[in-house]
Design a protein around this ligand. Structure first.
Ligand code: PGA
Length: 261
């Protein structure tokens, strides 16, 4: 059974105290309330990933990296390779987050290269795609998203999309408190799936789609009930650990209801 993938993206936040406290809370919650229908991953800053991994009992949840370098070894001061991430137990690697695209000038070519490296070592890429507000207002959403995916297909092959996760994150929804209409999200994801299906049905069926952008406790329900959304990438609301646990609890309980009905 495919589980609903919840990722807490802690970005450039936290310190060792926050990490320890959050770990204790998450472990206590999950040990007492097994996650039956969802999987939890924490995308903490690099510096804390190994500590977190070593302190998760019984694989109650797993860890994700927020980025990776395009090089695998050598004189690249300050960078981290896919081998290093694999070495310390990372499962998922977020690539192409809009904050990296905008603030670190990462283009589709660079992101495609990173995706190929992540795949080559057997880790699972979470490919973030999404349009800016200006692109949305110009009815460019689908074109922009297809273009972001197409670079990978053209540069490598459709096979590089096998079993990956695509996180649809409209840039204007990230951290803004504004969430697109759920029908728009569903339409975009459906169009992307159809586009990939025309090239390979198998590959399209192997991809999980997440939504990300201002998800919080109060707007959660619509995402859980929407066909084609297989998980959520949660930033700000995952930093308040009590709130994040309430979110996880709500998701898993709603999923129990959906699976039983
Ligand atoms: P947000 O961030 O939930 O704070 O909007 C989501 C993300 O950047 O992945």
């Amino acid at each position: 059974m495919k589980k609903f993938l919840i990722i807490g993206n802690w970005k450039l936040h936290g310190n060792l105290n926050f990490i320890k406290h959050s770990m204790q809370q998450l472990i206590f919650y999950i040990q007492n309330n097994k996650l039956l229908y969802s999987e939890l991953s924490i995308a903490a800053p690099y510096t804390y990933l190994h500590y977190i991994y070593n302190n998760i009992p019984d694989k109650l949840f797993n860890i994700s990296a927020q980025n990776v370098d395009i090089h695998t070894i050598g004189s690249y001061t300050g960078e981290i390779s896919v081998y290093m991430l694999k070495d310390i137990g990372v499962k998922y690697v977020i690539i192409g987050h809009s904050e990296r695209r905008l603030l670190h000038n990462e283009n589709n070519e660079v992101i495609a290269h990173k995706l190929s490296l992540v795949k080559s070592v057997g880790l699972i890429p979470i490919l973030c795609i999404g349009e800016t507000l200006c692109e949305k207002n110009n009815n460019q959403t689908i074109n922009i998203c297809i273009n972001q995916i197409n670079t990978i297909i053209k540069k490598y092959s459709i096979n590089f999309l096998k079993n990956i996760i695509i996180a649809y994150e409209p840039v204007w929804a990230i951290g803004s408190g504004i969430v697109p209409n759920i029908c728009e999200i569903q339409k975009t994801i459906t169009c992307l799936k159809q586009y990939i299906k025309k090239i390979s049905i198998d590959i399209a069926n192997s991809i999980l789609f997440q939504y990300g952008g201002s998800v919080n406790f109060n707007n959660l329900d619509q995402f859980i009930h929407t066909k084609n959304i297989d998980g959520l990438l949660i930033g700000k609301a995952s930093l308040d650990i009590d709130l994040f646990i309430k979110i996880i609890e709500k998701i898993d309980q709603k999923l129990i209801f959906i699976h039983r009905s």
